[in-house]
Each structure stands twice: as C-alpha cells, then as structure tokens.
Design a protein around this ligand. Structure first.
Ligand SMILES: Nc1ncnc2c1ncn2[C@@H]1O[C@H](COP(=O)(O)OP(=O)(O)OP(=O)(O)O)[C@@H](O)[C@H]1O
Ligand SMILES: [Mg+2]
Length: 249
C-alpha cells in the first residue's frame, strides 16, 4: 500500500521574508523563500557568504522570527506558539547542530547528550543507544576538552537526536573539522538520513559536504536561485558544476 499522502512534510517554508536593520538601511536577508523537505530527505543549503543561509536555518529553528511567510515543522506553524511553547517545541522537535559544537564544557559527553531530554523512564538506555549509534559510547564520561573535534560534533549530534526530533538542522557542521574528520561526519549524516530515515537540512559552502545530500538548494541574495538533485554518486565536481550554473542563472 502506498504511504498516506496526507502526512505533511516535516519542514515547509513558505514565502518567508526577513529584514535586518543595519544603521540607516535595511538588509533583506530572506526575500521570499519557499522550501519543502520530505521525511528522510537530506537537503544541503549552499550560497555565498551573506546569501542568507544562517538566517534561514535560524528561522527554521524558530530562533529568529520572520517578517512574513510561514514555517511549519511537523505540521505546526512556528508563529502559532507563544514563547514558552516555542521553546518546548524547539527542544523536543528540532535538533540543532552548529559549527562550534556548543557543548557545555563542565559536563561530560553523556550529560551534554542528556541535557535536552526530559527525565523519563528508559532515558539511560536511549542515551546508550544514540551514543553507540554515533560511535562515541567509549567517550561517555569525558568532558568536551578531552574529545577530538569530530567526537565533540558527534556528541552535539547525539544531543540533537536524543529527543527524536522531526528535523535535524546543522549550520556548517564540518566547518571546524579537518577534511578527513569532516568526511567521516558527512558519511554519518548520510547514514542518518538513508538508514535511520532522519530529515536533515545542512548549511555548507563545501561541495564535498553537499555531495552527501539528496538535493542542493542554492541561495543568492536571500532567494532560492536554483536547486538540483545530486546523483547519489558523491561527486564534488558535479556539485561544483551545478553550483556554478546556479549562480550564473
Ligand atoms: N543579526 C543581524 N543583524 C543585522 N544584519 C544581519 C544579522 N544577521 C544577518 N544579517 C545580514 O543578513 C544577511 C544574511 O546573513 P547570513 O548570516 O544569513 O548569511 P550566510 O549565508 O549565513 O553567510 P556566511 O556564509 O558568511 O555564514 C547578511 O547581509 C548579513 O549581514
Ligand atoms: Mg552563516
């Protein structure tokens, strides 16, 4: 039987605009963005510096309010929540990962992972499972400064996944990693989408990261200027070529 078609995509961005005041002028960071991400899809967002990538990711995470348009996560319009409800929804349904890992330095790896999870029966088993899944179970008791960059980012991803969120959003997650460690992390993100059915939206300017996605969305001046499916061949040249064409259009 075909899956029910009335299930909404986990992430739907519709006609979103966002302006910032900069002195006497205004910058239109997002200028009418439409983007829908299917369950289990891995989308890479590319674009030049200042094209609006981080602003879009923050808006999708409910960290930035927008001027107009709507953002629906898991079928819920983020604008429909009050502050307290949005904080709770974000903690439970949206996993966030940043370039700088953003772990709490005084807490062990497992306590960092535990942080967003509510006290609940079976939590210890869940922490075990997610840390094993991400290959960091042997580092449970270590504090972040005793972990490598790649391990720290895996702890950050484990923390983002512990609540079983509808979507996982990452802003330049490999930006602080060397290229080998960065590729290991990309392989993990790819597996989370392909094997575990996670829905991912990852901001990157690197073709070697975007090549792991299913689809590349290119931003230019706050607009989606082009998007293209990757071939699944993990070929950075094909991504560079698609990106070059997108910026010329
Ligand atoms: N808090 C802010 N206040 C004022 N302007 C902002 C703010 N945040 C972003 N902007 C502006 O919005 C535009 C988009 O910024 P954004 O950070 O989304 O770009 P980006 O694509 O993530 O760039 P980068 O690749 O350098 O990270 C830029 O012109 C930036 O200067
Ligand atoms: Mg950015």
């Amino acid at each position: 039987m075909a899956p029910p078609s009335d299930t909404p995509p986990p992430l739907v961005v519709a006609a979103v605009t966002k302006t910032f005041d900069q002195g006497n002028s205004q910058v239109r960071a997002l200028d009418g963005i439409d983007l829908s991400v299917r369950a289990g899809e891995f989308v890479a967002i590319m674009g030049a510096s200042g094209s609006g990538k981080s602003t879009l990711l923050h808006a999708m995470a409910g960290l930035t309010d927008v001027n107009s348009g709507s953002i629906r996560v898991d079928g819920r319009d983020l604008a429909s929540f009050n502050d307290a409800a949005l904080t709770r929804f974000r903690r439970e349904r949206i996993g966030l990962v940043f370039q700088a890992f953003n772990l709490i330095p005084v807490l062990s790896a497992e306590d960092n992972v535990r942080l967003p999870a509510a006290d609940q029966p079976g939590l210890e088993t869940k922490i075990d499972e997610v840390m094993r899944r991400l290959g960091i179970e042997a580092r449970r008791k270590h504090k972040p400064d005793a972990l490598s960059g790649g391990e720290q980012q895996r702890v950050a991803i484990a923390r983002a996944l512990i609540t079983d969120p509808a979507i996982l959003l990452a802003d330049e997650p490999t930006g602080s990693l060397d290229s080998v460690t960065g590729q290991d992390l990309c392989r993990l993100l790819h597996e989370l989408s392909k094997n575990d059915g996670r829905t991912l939206c990852v901001v990157t300017h690197e073709p070697t990261v975007a090549m792991w996605a299913d689809r590349v969305v290119v931003l230019k001046d706050g607009r989606v200027t082009a998007e293209f499916a990757t071939s699944g061949s993990h070929d950075p040249e094909a991504i560079s070529e698609g990106y070059r064409k997108a910026l010329q259009s």
